[in-house]
Structure formats: structure tokens, C-alpha cells
Design a protein around this ligand. Structure first.
Ligand code: ZN
Length: 182
């Protein structure tokens, strides 16, 4: 694990969604961890994917991020599907049989490795729990999360100090204002 403060507003999400969440909006404006090579490297390091963190890998990551977001926002759009497929085409899984054990090995050029693994992660999420991949219910928020609650009722990226509590506070305020004067 990398030392130092973690700038991410949301942690603990799977790789595909953590890549999407490298950009976010708050009171200070738009943030993008991939706009800065040092912060991008730190992000890659958290996933132990910083072996190739050069300009090409960053460029690929940005296009992979756009492809992932495009597909989640417009799952039926053929262009969005093709963009995700183009990232997946950069690598493959080679089945192996080594020392009597079946296995598999990911084969992908270093500058595409992180992007390809994120795209593959999205496929796995879509295959197993598509209904659990959710955007934050705050319309001003661009974060995504995997809902792991038993009841599948999570709606906000964060309840503590995040969108959930902010929106609840605003609704509370609006309710009080809309009440007729007693
Ligand atoms: Zn949010």
C-alpha cells in the first residue's frame, strides 16, 4: 500500500469502478487523478499495476476509462460496446497446463495492462452482478459503486460526509422551508 493521503473520494470499489472514480466533482470543481502523471502512478501503484506507468499507459487508461463509462451509461449503444471491445482486443487470456495444474495467464502489452484488466473486471461485474453496478443517486455526482449490501438498497457513493448526508440535509432544509408558518 502506498503511504500518504489517499485523494480518492471513494475507496474499496473493484478495479473497473475505481478507474471510473479517478475523476470526480466536488465543491472545488472537477478532479482527475489521470491528469497528473505522479498521481496517476500512485493510483496504479495501489493496484500494483505501476510497472508501466508511462505516457502511453496513461493515455490508454484515459481512453479505457471513457469506454467503461460510455458502456455503463449507454449499455445498448453500439459505439460504446465497440469501444469497450477495442480495449479488450488489446490482450487475451492464455490457458495453461503447467506442472500438472490447469491455469491461465494474462497476455497483454505493458502499456495496456491496467486498461485491459479494468475492462475485464467490468465484464466480470456485468456477468455476475449487473444490477449491483450503480451510479451515485446524487445527480451532481459522477461516482460509481458496486452495491454489496444484502438488501441491494445502497444509493449513495458515501453516507458519511458524502452525497447521502448532503442530500439528506438539503431535503431536510427544503422540507422545513416548505412548511407553512405555524
Ligand atoms: Zn455521490
Amino acid at each position: 500500500m502506498t503511504k500518504g493521503p489517499d485523494p480518492r473520494p471513494l475507496t474499496g470499489e473493484p478495479l473497473a469502478l475505481d478507474l471510473l472514480n479517478t475523476t470526480w466533482v466536488d465543491e472545488a470543481g472537477l478532479h482527475d487523478l489521470l491528469d497528473d502523471s505522479e498521481r496517476a502512478r500512485t493510483w496504479l501503484k495501489r493496484w500494483q499495476l505501476d510497472e508501466a506507468a508511462g505516457p502511453r499507459a496513461l493515455e490508454n487508461l484515459r481512453s479505457a476509462r471513457a469506454a467503461l463509462r460510455g458502456l455503463l451509461e449507454h449499455p445498448d449503444d453500439e459505439g460504446a460496446q465497440a469501444a469497450l471491445d477495442a480495449v479488450l482486443a488489446r490482450g487475451r487470456v492464455r490457458l495453461t497446463f503447467d506442472a500438472g495444474h490447469p491455469g491461465e495467464r494474462v497476455e497483454v502489452p505493458a502499456p495496456w495492462r491496467a486498461s485491459w484488466l479494468a475492462a475485464r473486471d467490468l465484464l466480470q461485474l456485468l456477468e455476475h452482478r449487473p444490477d449491483r453496478i450503480k451510479p451515485c443517486a446524487n445527480p451532481d455526482c459522477v461516482l460509481w459503486f458496486a452495491d454489496t449490501t444484502r438488501s441491494a438498497t445502497r444509493r449513495w457513493c458515501s453516507m458519511t460526509g458524502g452525497c447521502g448526508s448532503r442530500l439528506k440535509a438539503r431535503r431536510h432544509y427544503d422540507r422545513q422551508r416548505s412548511q407553512p408558518p405555524g
